[in-house]
Ligand binder design. Structure first.
Ligand code: PLP
Length: 379
């Protein structure tokens, strides 16, 4: 048996998503920009259906969805697309636990003269709202970018409170929703954000496709990053990835309408796993807030155990990680764990487990046994 428990890095594709995509690969392979023949019309029709599915899932207008290659591109577009409006060169705010992509884009913007501030978080990763308000009150702020659901410790921010402060102090709000889809309810109009980033492969859809929600009233002043033939109202040039978009539409549709079932399943498996681990390793420290986190997330520190060694011992049979996949490839240790107050020793003994909708109870019991055996050096 093997168990894939790294569903925050990526998720397996839902067979229903794959089936929907096949039509776009084979039957309706046209270019949606070919408005002069039936092949183009059929492809455009698929894109329209997917757009409607996404808009319905998140409560926004079809025209507010711009397709991208994934969350990395969406975050770039969100943070850089409106910069020319920032005439006063006022600051951009983010939390201390953003995804590395956001920090990298901000680093780039700082080199272009933009200022940015980082707001601390609590032990469970919640944004310090008092500090946030103080910052908004004292310094003109152009935009705030917040990770709605964290990819390491799973915490879900108080989005309505953050949005209310952004409205009060007239700052734009961008939310990184990459980990949120199918794991928490998402109603963009209700939250009241201006921009939101999504990625298909975190929600049982294909890799290499995502989208950015841009509030209608902002679109006129938005500037695309890719120079080209002007698809998607000049906001993102390039031929649309029709199979990817179809897959994302189907994946987000399923994630939205089956969310409650997914949450129950993933949290029940997470509780089973935690119970098994606590029986043998009672000293483990739970970094995930079990009440305020996305389903299936379990981030734990195992005192005196090297997470790197544990992960490599398990690598062939149980997939877990120490932090995000992006940090792994760059050899960085987790800024998220440091931001919630862990010292380096604790960071080095921390593992991230991401349980997904396709995991079974048998896999969880197998993973628990494998982790315990690896911790105690049993065969
Ligand atoms: N933001 C968050 C919260 C993520 O978890 C990820 C994926 O690791 C990204 C952004 C980047 O996503 P993508 O792989 O779609 O570029």
């Amino acid at each position: 048996m093997r168990a894939y428990l790294d569903n925050h890095a990526t998720t397996p594709i839902d067979p229903r998503v794959l089936e929907a995509m096949q039509v776009a690969f084979s039957q309706h392979f046209g270019n949606p920009s070919s408005s002069n023949h039936a092949w183009g019309w059929a492809a455009q029709e698929l894109v329209t259906i997917a757009t409607e599915q996404i808009a319905k899932a998140f409560n926004c207008k079809n025209s507010e969805i711009i397709f991208t290659s994934g969350a990395t591109e969406s975050i770039n577009l969100a943070l850089r697309g409106l910069l020319k409006n920032n005439k006063n060169n006022s600051q951009i705010i983010c939390s201390a636990i953003e995804h590395k992509v956001t920090f990298d884009v901000l680093k780039y913007l700082v080199s272009e003269g933009v200022q940015h501030k980082v707001i601390p978080v609590s032990r469970i990763g919640m944004l310090d709202l008092e500090q946030f308000e103080k910052e908004l009150k004292n310094f003109p702020t152009f935009m705030t970018s917040i990770i709605a659901a964290n990819n390491e410790i799973g915490c879900i921010q108080d989005l309505k409170a953050i949005s209310a402060l952004c409205h009060r102090y007239r700052t734009l709000l961008h939310l990184d929703m990459s980990q949120a889809v199918g794991r928490m309810p998402i109603n963009l109009k209700d939250i009241g954000c201006d921009l939101a980033t999504f990625s298909a492969h975190k929600a049982y859809g294909p890799k290499g496709v995502g989208c950015l929600y841009i509030k209608e009233s902002l679109k006129d002043t938005f500037q695309g990053l890719i120079v080209g033939t002007g698809q998607q109202e000049q906001l993102r040039s390039g031929t649309l990835n029709v199979p990817g978009i179809v897959g994302m539409g189907k994946a987000f549709d399923l994630a939205c309408f089956e969310r409650e079932e997914i949450v129950l399943h993933c949290n029940s498996l997470r509780n089973t796993l935690l119970k098994c681990l606590l029986t043998e390793i009672p000293e483990l420290i739970i970094n995930t807030s079990l009440e305020q986190s996305i389903c299936g997330n379990l981030n734990i520190s195992l005192p005196n155990i090297s997470a790197a060694k544990l992960i490599s011992k398990l690598a062939g049979k149980v997939a877990i990680s120490s932090s995000s996949a992006c940090l792994n490839i760059q050899g960085h240790s987790s800024h998220v764990l440091k931001a919630i107050g862990l010292n380096q020793e604790q960071v080095d003994s921390t593992i991230r487990i991401g349980i997904g909708r396709f995991n079974s109870e048998d896999e969880i019991l197998f993973a628990a046994k494998s982790i315990i055996n690896a911790v105690f050096d049993r065969p």
